[in-house]
Write a protein that binds this ligand. Structure first.
Ligand code: SF4
Length: 294
């Protein structure tokens, strides 16, 4: 369950061999001989590599855990679980000729999910609990009418890529929600509990691009008509789309990214924006300094 504490302890310091990988491509070879680049990638692993290859190595190859439970992540996990259960139950009851779930049931399902996630401290738990009611009200305000035809919740996929001249690999993940639109095409929805302005531009959003590829090339649902971030607390939705040509180009770009990993290109790419919130900044030998006034 996302948000639970990782039992693996965070090391006090990296070994000299681990630290050397940050600046020396050759230093990665012994590591890759022991821990090859996985044949299964995810949106998170690909995005981590794009942010900083050394961060990818620390997390996915050396498997050094992040130092803390992130409160926002736990809150989002509980919200996702409640939304998923709501639409799943509504679909089931409709099929059985029953009545749809109520606002009270939505709240109860959120409460049950809430008990399964951890927070770093009681203050953050209490602060996030105050946001739960408005969050559920905003979701309910949109879903009360219940006109959307949801065809999948937490839909798992495994997308196979077989670049010419290179070993195949897969990208695995789960799509929060897939709706059928009146046109017959689908809309991919990713729930967000953060502020809308914190999101990368939709046109460059790798997560949505991978979900579109998964629908088209993995799940047999065709190219989505809409790719939507649903900011659950404000009820705001932001949508975009991808053309087939854009999806084909994205496949090539992802394959190139994995090819670079496989060559052992794991050197750090420090930057103020990447390092500031990096889980490993206290361990990292080449972290960028904190921006002035931070
Ligand atoms: S602190 Fe910066 S350079 Fe070091 S791993 Fe994190 S993002 Fe990369």
């Amino acid at each position: 369950m996302r948000g639970m504490t990782d039992p693996t302890p965070v090391p006090a310091a990296l070994t000299p061999e681990q630290a050397a990988i940050a600046t020396d491509a050759a230093a990665a070879r012994p590591l890759l001989a022991l821990v090859p680049i996985p044949d299964r990638q995810s949106y998170s692993s690909l995005a981590t590599y794009a942010d900083c290859p050394y961060r990818y190595a620390l997390r996915y190859l050396l498997k050094i855990p992040g130092p803390s439970v992130v409160a926002a992540f736990s809150f989002g996990t509980a919200a996702h679980a409640a939304f998923e259960r709501f639409t799943r139950m509504r679909r089931k009851r409709r099929a059985e000729g029953g009545t749809p779930p109520t606002r009270q049931e939505l709240g109860r399902w959120f409460g049950e999910a809430w008990k399964t996630v951890e927070f770093p401290d009681e203050d953050s738990r209490a602060a996030y609990w105050l946001r739960a009611g408005p969050l559920l009200d905003a979701f309910w305000a949109i879903e009360e009418e219940g006109t959307a035809e949801v065809v999948g919740e937490e839909r798992w996929f495994r997308l196979a890529l077989a670049p010419a001249g290179a070993p195949p690999f897969t990208i695995g993940g789960a799509i929060d929600r897939i709706d059928r639109l009146p046109s017959g095409a689908v809309e991919v929805i990713d729930y967000k509990t953060g502020r809308p302005e914190s999101q990368a531009p939709l046109e460059e959003n790798l997560q949505l691009t991978i979900y579109a590829l998964a629908c088209r090339d993995g799940l047999g649902l065709g190219r989505p008509e809409r790719l939507t971030l649903w900011f659950a607390e404000s009820g705001e939705r932001r949508s975009t789309a991808r053309t087939d040509a854009q999806l084909d180009a994205a496949r090539d770009e992802i394959a190139e990214r994995v090819a670079r990993m496989r060559t052992g290109e794991l050197r750090a790419t420090p930057s103020a924006s990447a390092c500031r919130w990096c889980d490993y900044r206290d361990l990292c030998p080449v972290r960028a300094p904190e921006p002035a006034g931070a």
